[in-house]
Ligand binder design. Structure first.
Ligand SMILES: [Zn+2]
Length: 250
């Protein structure tokens, strides 16, 4: 049978209240909405980064295609100009003149086709450049939102950590000098029972499991020596007597 001075048993309820508070703060720290926001933004950023790379590749490919189309047009234009110059010279024979005229006409058709291709590629390039700019802007916006969210999370966690440190300091103070056997039993039960190892007996009710004990058990508990450490028959927690005048543990 465990025994501990009655005032120590009562003080254990204060330790329990602080441990419960610390547990709540740790939970708030874990499930803070800013975590979810950070995950959501990271996922959106990853999508936008991928789209940006795709768009940038398309733009650089199309820029090369435009340069190639321009060179093709230029080549045909040069050839036609050379033919025109030869045709205009006095030295050209009638037979050559006919051939040149023929070729010039063919080159004009070719140039027109190539210019059409060039125009089409330029239009596609323009569309992709617009997309690239839009994706880049969206990415910058998400980056800014991410920075803001990180700041919010950091401040929220710092506030919670500060409160946790206060609670830990207070717990140390309250638990200081408490009966070692009682504290060890409490810590063991707390680990087993979801963070709650001690509870007040209020009337017939155990504040730990919130069940009413049967009257004969309550009589036995109340009749037991004050230093005897009593456990709840239902949940196994340390049942602290004499807490009726105290406010309920949060
Ligand atoms: Zn109980």
């Amino acid at each position: 049978m465990t025994t501990a001075p009655a005032p120590d048993q009562l003080r254990l309820l204060d330790v329990q209240a602080l441990d419960t508070r610390a547990q709540q703060l740790a939970h708030q720290r874990r499930v803070h909405p800013a975590h979810e926001r950070a995950t959501e933004l990271a996922s959106r950023l990853a999508d936008l980064e991928a789209a940006y790379v795709t768009s940038k590749t398309a733009v650089s490919d199309l820029r090369r295609e435009v340069a190639k189309a321009e060179a093709d047009v230029e080549q045909v234009r040069t050839r036609a100009a050379r033919d025109q110059a030869r045709l205009a010279s006095a030295a050209v024979s009638a037979k050559d003149a006919q051939a040149l005229t023929h070729e010039i006409a063919a080159l004009a058709r070719r140039q027109s086709d190539l210019e059409e291709i060039e125009l089409e590629v330029m239009e596609r390039l323009e569309a992709h450049e617009t997309t690239l700019a839009e994706v880049g802007k969206a990415r910058d916006e998400v980056l800014a939102q991410q920075e803001e969210a990180a700041g919010i999370l950091e401040r929220a966690l710092a506030t919670l950590d500060e409160e946790l440190a206060q609670v830990a300091a207070e717990r140390e103070q309250v638990a200081h000098g408490l009966d070692a056997g009682l504290l060890a039993l409490y810590d063991r039960l707390r680990a087993q029972l979801g963070g709650s190892g001690a509870a007040a007996l209020r009337g017939r009710r155990c504040e730990g499991c919130r069940l009413d004990l049967n009257p004969s058990d309550v009589e036995k508990i109340k009749a037991a020596p004050p230093e005897q450490v009593v456990r709840c028959e239902e949940c196994g927690r340390i049942l602290v007597r004499g807490a009726d005048g105290r406010s309920a543990a949060s």
